[in-house]
Design a protein around this ligand. Sequence first.
Ligand code: ADP
Ligand code: MG
Length: 298
Amino acid sequence: MLEIRDLVKVYPGPVAALHGVRLDVPRGLFGLLGPNGSGKSTLMKILAGLLAPTSGRVVLDGVDVTDRPQLVWPRLGYLPQDFGFYPRLTGEAMLRHLLDLKGVGERSRRSRIALELLDRVNLGAAAGRRVAEYSGGMRQRLGIAQAIAGDPELLIVDEPTAGLDPEERLRFHHLLAELAETRTVLLSTHLVEDVAMLCPRFAVLRFGRLLLEGTPQQARRAIPGRLAEGLVARDALEPLRRTARVTQHLLFEGRHRVRLHVPEGPLPPEFVEVPATLEDAYMLLTLDDAARTLPASA
Ligand code: ADP
Ligand code: MG
């Protein structure tokens, strides 16, 4: 169990990136969901022991590791958001180099370890190809290969699905789900879909504050009232937006498909009730928070 206690991070500037985050991360896959700039990477760097918090504690299985990050390093795998590779190396050579840096295994065994890890993330067949030729999904899987070297019990992955196409994202989801069977995986993402597909528990971070922590089902059930969906003409959009909270607005066959929240009373004409999704819950939470934290416009 990873216990995060009242973490505050103020960067020089000053920029307050975390405002007292308190969270328990259990075993399995845990999602940290938040928009860009919410403090996800800051939190993950602190947990990985690469950045010192301004105040607060990080406790791993009862051991306070805040001031002694070297205690966590052997037990931790980390895939940073901006992981860099040498594109001219082959996948295997790149991974061997990373194992060298990490000090995993004896030198003579590193080649074998690298190949085993590549197999693990389904890159065995691409081991001899240059990283420059890898797709985005393959690079992320190579990043996972270095992160799981040494079989860490805690795996921290920072926005690994950003920029992957749908097929690669699905494949990556399967890999994360498999890795989470035997360890804690903390996944940060700005995509609600990642959480909906993968995470039995999650938390929402916004402007460095946790807005919510729980299961996706709890988040959906906590929405008061109903969700409704309908097709509307363009000139009906503005009046709707003024009276209701819109959780989704898409074009559908050239018309505007709108999902909105109906806290009480009848649905608008031509709208039908739909089951609430995690996306709805997240949107409403974000809108509520914006209404609370930003001055109301005239
Ligand atoms: P996220 O990963 O959710 O996009 P970050 O943790 O990267 O969020 O950033 C949170 C806030 O901290 C942002 O306002 C960002 O501009 C700021 N920030 C991040 N890193 C630094 C830094 N090294 N120096 C100053 N401000 C930073
Ligand atoms: Mg980030």
